[in-house]
Design a protein around this ligand. Structure first.
Ligand code: C5P
Length: 240
C-alpha cells in the first residue's frame, strides 16, 4: 500500500504530497474555489470530489487517444495518484470560441468561433500575476526550449480534439481550456495538472448556460449542481 508522506505544495484547488514511491505523487482535490488569481476564495463542499471524478474521466479519455499524461489512478473520492514530473512553468490556453480575457481584449461578440483554435501561453508566476508570453519571450527568458514549445502546441491540439469529442457527444460546447505539462524523469513530456471545469469553459449547446467556474466567477448560483451535470453527462455517454 502506497503511503502519503510530506506536503510538497499547497495550491488553490489541490494539495500535492510525496509518497514512499519517489516516482509517485499523491494529489488531493480540495473543496475550494478561487477567482481573480486567488483574491476571491470560498469553500464549496463536494467540489473537490466532482473535479476529481471529471478529471479522472477526461485523463482516461486523453490517455486512450495515445497522449502521454501524468495520471495513474484514483484510489478514493479525494485523491489522484500521478507520476512525479518537473513542471514546465507555463499555462497553455486553447480557445475554440471567444470568451473571457480574449473577448474582453478584442471586444468580439460572445463565443465568436476561432479558426484555427487560438493558442496562448502564460508564465506561471503569482508575483507577476501569470503574464501572457509569446513563443520568443518564452524561449529568450529560458522558460521552455523551442522543441518543447512545439510539442506543447501539438499536444494541446491533440487534447483539444479529444475533449471536443467528449463534450460534443453530450451536448456541451468546449469554449476554451488551460493545460499544464511536465517532464517525467525519463524525459517524456506529459499532460499534467487537472482536466476539470475549473480550467475550461463549457457551454450547454441547448440552453447557452455556463457549465464551468464562470458560474462562480460571475456569481450565477451554486457551483456543485453545475459540475454534477457535467459529470453525469460525461458518465452517461456511451463511448466514455
Ligand atoms: O481568463 P481567460 O479567458 O484567459 O481563460 C482562458 C481559459 O483558461 C479558461 O477556460 C480559464 O478557466 C482557464 N484558466 C485557468 N487558469 C488560469 C487562467 C485561465 O484554468 N490561471
Amino acid at each position: 500500500m502506497l503511503k502519503k508522506t510530506e506536503l510538497l505544495y499547497s495550491g488553490k484547488a489541490k494539495d500535492v504530497f510525496a509518497t514512499d514511491d519517489p516516482a509517485v505523487l499523491w494529489v488531493t482535490y480540495k473543496d475550494q474555489a478561487t477567482a481573480l488569481n486567488g483574491k476571491k476564495k470560498v469553500q464549496i463542499s463536494g467540489k473537490g470530489a466532482l473535479n476529481l471524478q471529471i478529471s479522472t474521466l477526461l485523463f482516461k479519455a486523453v490517455a486512450a487517444a495515445g497522449i502521454p499524461t501524468h495520471y495513474l489512478s484514483t484510489p478514493d473520492q479525494q485523491t489522484m495518484l500521478c507520476q512525479r514530473c518537473e513542471m514546465v512553468p507555463l499555462e497553455a490556453v486553447v480557445r475554440n470560441f471567444a470568451s473571457g480575457s480574449f473577448q474582453r481584449k478584442f471586444q468580439t461578440e460572445p463565443l465568436l468561433p476561432l479558426q484555427p483554435a487560438v493558442h496562448e501561453c502564460y508564465y506561471k508566476s503569482d508575483a507577476l500575476d501569470d503574464p501572457f508570453a509569446n513563443d520568443e519571450q518564452i524561449i529568450a527568458l529560458g522558460w521552455a526550449k523551442p522543441a518543447t514549445l512545439e510539442a506543447i502546441h501539438a499536444l494541446s491540439d491533440q487534447v483539444n480534439l479529444v475533449l471536443q469529442a467528449q463534450f460534443s457527444a453530450v451536448g456541451i460546447k468546449l469554449v476554451d481550456f488551460k493545460l499544464e505539462f511536465g517532464w517525467l524523469a525519463d524525459g517524456t513530456l506529459v499532460l499534467a495538472d487537472e482536466l476539470s471545469p475549473d480550467n475550461m469553459r463549457l457551454v450547454d449547446e441547448a440552453t447557452g448556460e455556463s457549465l464551468d467556474k464562470d458560474v462562480f466567477r460571475k456569481e450565477q448560483g451554486p457551483l456543485t449542481p453545475v459540475y454534477q451535470t457535467v459529470l453525469d453527462r460525461l458518465r452517461g455517454a456511451a463511448h466514455v
